[in-house]
Design a protein around this ligand. Structure first.
Ligand code: NAD
Ligand code: GLY
Length: 356
């Protein structure tokens, strides 16, 4: 098993990455030290695959786990579901010393992380991500929260987990479309900060999609190491962490105007990354060959790379202007310089749309 650390002083925590390491959940929680009575939060889909192995591991290590199962779907990442989780934590007798284990994708992880940050003014949280997106991104870095009817992720808190345990074997049951969408975030890390990782992906993307075990551990570990170093340097996104938003300005805009139904997040980000590379090219910041490298590797995964004609123009500009990260009409846009290097530019939504 590989280990990388998020370096946050007293809140430093490990990210374990391995193949088959779910069975070590109980041991790792035991090392962390928490009350015997604790809870696993998961959803109905993930429970069918991984709840029993997680419970077996926890019981073997002496824990008395309660289980909280929520319905599957982004539409349940809201305050009503959070309230139901609190109800069940109280009924299960989870005390301040008890931990919450988030077993699932980003939805379960964000909800559970926020429940842990707020229940009894804060209990320990452990992330056990089971989607590629959650393993390389959402489980790391402490962004927790829920959606509001007026927008995604509008209610939440920065609250770091005590550890992350990413078992790449769980990706074998992930629907292929979800795996591919997660690959967009993997490719993003190469584009923004790790040219050798990008080159490895160009070379072996088919093997990653075929779930080559050793390669997956290596790729997930490298992505986790990049995210860990960014979060270690800028926990609350006052500067550098915004580099992770590469491709997300246009991506979020597309998700918003299509009502979050047409594209998975990673698919919209794939379109957004090519758009960001093209905007950078128009600004004279990067060359056409790099734009083509980004587009080509995403396309080879089967990801979309073009903003559909009907979504271009004013509607997209309006959606980007409404993004919670836009300030005074200007967006801190992540531009590409070369593969592995980016820079921020303040751009208006109109400029971005014009350069697409
Ligand atoms: P998800 O949690 O909805 O999971 C996708 C689907 O895969 C679901 O149907 C889920 O039940 C299923 N699934 C999960 N693991 C599985 C497995 N191993 N086998 C079979 N099916 C499995 O989606 P996601 O892409 O993991 O996460 C998206 C969420 O993450 C969004 O709410 C987004 O806002 C959030 N997010 C948060 C951060 C952060 O920093 N906190 C970063 C990026 C995204
Ligand atoms: N997913 C972006 C971040 O964690 O900052």
């Amino acid at each position: 098993m590989e280990v990388v650390h998020v370096e946050l002083g007293a809140r430093r925590y490990p990210i374990y990455v391995g193949a088959g390491c779910l069975s070590e959940l109980g041991t790792r929680l035991g090392e962390m030290g928490c009350g015997v009575r604790m809870a696993v939060v998961t959803n109905s889909t993930v429970a069918g695959h991984y709840l029993e192995p997680a419970l077996v591991s926890l019981r073997r290590a002496g824990f008395d786990p309660a289980t909280i199962q929520i319905p599957d779907g982004e539409e349940h990442k809201n305050l009503a579901m959070l309230s139901r989780i609190y109800d069940q934590l109280i009924e299960a007798g989870i005390e301040r010393s008890g931990a919450l284990v988030a077993l699932g994708g980003g939805v379960v992880g964000d909800l559970t992380g926020f429940a842990a940050a707020t229940y009894l003014r804060g209990v320990a949280c452990v992330q056990v991500p089971t989607t590629l997106l959650a393993q390389v991104d959402s489980s790391i870095g402490g962004k927790t929260g829920v959606n509001h009817v007026l927008g995604k992720n509008l209610i939440g808190a920065f609250s770091q987990p005590r550890f992350v345990l990413a078992d790449v074997e769980t990706l074998r049951t992930l629907p292929p479309r979800e795996l591919t969408a997660g690959l967009a975030e993997v490719i993003k890390y190469g584009v923004i900060l790790d040219a050798p990782l990008f080159a490895l992906l160009e070379d072996r993307i088919a093997d990653v999609q075929a779930l080559d075990r050793e390669l997956l551990v290596e790729v997930v570990r490298r992505c986790c190491a990049i995210k860990a170093s960014v979060v270690s340097a800028d926990e609350t996104e006052s500067g550098l962490r915004a580099v992770l938003n590469f491709g997300h300005t246009v991506g979020h805009g597309i998700e918003s105007i299509t009502g979050y139904t047409r594209y998975l997040h990673g698919e919209a980000v794939a379109i957004g990354m090519v758009a960001a590379a093209r905007v950078s090219r128009q600004l004279g910041l990067c060359g056409e060959p790099d734009v083509e490298r980004v587009r080509s590797v995403l396309a080879r995964c089967g990801l979309p790379t073009e903003v559909p004609a009907e979504l271009r123009g004013e509607a997209l500009a309006r959606a980007m202007r409404a993004d919670k990260k836009a300030r005074a009409g200007a967006i801190k846009f992540v531009c590409l310089e070369t593969i592995g290097t980016t820079r921020f530019e303040r751009l208006s939504p109109e400029d971005i749309v014009k350069y697409l």
